[in-house]
Design a protein. Structure first.
Length: 240
């Protein structure tokens, strides 16, 4: 991952944890360059990402400040390069609950074999979870994971954090992901578990996530209510 993206991710995390005051100027480029042992140009690129996301803004003659609605932005948005679970994303500030709708072990179908690089005799977990944030439905997760790659999944893990289990208990490192973002109309499960209306739009994120070794460990689709999720994208100009 590019240095300026790493810095932007760290600063975004700092903002979400209220490590900076909204009433005081944000650290200047020189201070940040010293902190991260990099150049001011790299820091400037990082700040451009945060500015594009609406997390910071410049006040003429006074410096850069954190936006008043920064909390709202970091609570509801996720970046396209962000591969963390809901518990990590929101758990520091909100009550996260997981309701397990389905949990079984079975053999993969053709599309699952392709996505997870399995043969038809290798078992997968088939999981459906409702994610609830502060007592309100937040997302509906449909996940497929290879048993041989993520051993030991049980009901206790599913009610807590799967990604936390993978990283902290199995000591595995998450690498990259292929992610597709699309819109859909609410189906019967969305109406039942997300409190959607029959014609409400739904944000759907389909992804295959890989360990840092390149081995796929998750093939999933997560559905959000139209008012409970958005995606932040930073596009770098080729002219830079």
């Amino acid at each position: 991952m590019a240095k300026y993206i790493e810095i932007a991710n760290q600063l975004r995390s700092d903002i979400s944890q209220h490590k900076f005051s909204q009433d005081q100027p944000f650290p200047d480029q020189l201070d940040l360059a010293n902190r991260f042992s990099t150049s001011r140009m790299t820091v400037q690129k990082s700040l451009n990402i945060l500015r594009a996301e609406g997390l910071i803004y410049s006040r003429q003659g006074s410096g850069t400040f954190i936006s008043k609605n920064a909390d709202l932005i970091v609570q509801s948005d996720f970046g396209v390069d962000q591969y963390v679970g809901t518990s990590t994303l929101l758990g520091d500030r909100h009550q996260i609950e997981s309701q397990v709708i389905k949990f079984e072990i079975r053999y993969p179908n053709d599309s699952e074999q392709i996505a997870l690089r399995l043969n038809d005799k290798e078992l997968i977990y088939d999981i459906i979870r409702q994610r609830v944030v502060d007592k309100e439905p937040y997302a509906l997760e449909y996940s497929k994971m290879p048993v041989k790659v993520i051993p030991g999944l049980d009901d206790k893990v599913l009610h807590a954090s799967i990604y936390g289990y993978i990283q902290n208990d199995l000591k595995l490192k998450i690498g990259s992901a292929f992610r597709k973002i699309s819109a859909d109309k609410a189906n019967s499960n969305d109406e039942k578990y997300l409190k959607c209306g029959p014609m409400d739009p739904v944000l759907e994120v389909t992804q295959t996530v890989f360990l840092n070794t390149g081995i796929p460990f998750e093939f999933s689709s997560t559905r959000h209510r139209y008012d409970q999720g958005s995606v932040t994208v930073f596009v770098k100009s080729k002219l830079e």
